[in-house]
Design a protein around this ligand. Structure first.
Ligand SMILES: [Zn+2]
Ligand SMILES: [Zn+2]
Length: 135
């Protein structure tokens, strides 16, 4: 093991290859392909900023319209949809923080905030969720 030191440190950097490939690819792309690429890249930034979310999202504490008196008299399953956050599939619980987007759909504040950072649109109806003030 006397001469075991000094491993070959030659790192083959073929600088040209990956870059050239990329460039050539883009040059060869059709207009439609470029648009698609731009859209794919652009999608990263379609979310709303935390500032916009906190200032534009209407929030409230969840309180059911009916008084919870008898647990056996819960409303039928049909009504469940409106009381469920479709992002996490959890039912709203009493006094939970609920966020309402522009279209009126409701979600947990935490869930919709995370969602809006990725995508500024309602997960249910795909309408724009919050609009930054343009002043
Ligand atoms: Zn949720
Ligand atoms: Zn909606």
């Amino acid at each position: 093991m006397a001469d075991g030191r000094g491993p070959p440190r030659r790192i083959r950097v073929r600088r040209n290859d990956p870059h050239r490939e990329l460039r050539l690819d883009i040059e060869r792309m059709t207009y439609e392909e470029l648009l698609a690429l731009g859209e794919r890249i652009g999608r990263v930034n379609t979310g709303a900023s935390e500032e916009i979310i906190t200032s534009q999202l209407k929030t409230k504490l969840y309180t059911p319209n009916y008084p919870i008196v008898d647990l056996n008299e819960l409303p039928p399953d049909d009504d469940e949809e409106t009381n469920t956050c479709i992002i996490c599939q959890e039912e709203f619980k009493f006094q939970e923080n609920i966020g309402t987007v522009q279209c009126g759909h409701e979600f947990h504040v935490d869930c919709i905030s995370k969602w809006l950072k990725m995508k500024n649109e309602c997960p249910i109806c795909k309408l724009k969720a919050v609009t930054p003030k343009k002043d």
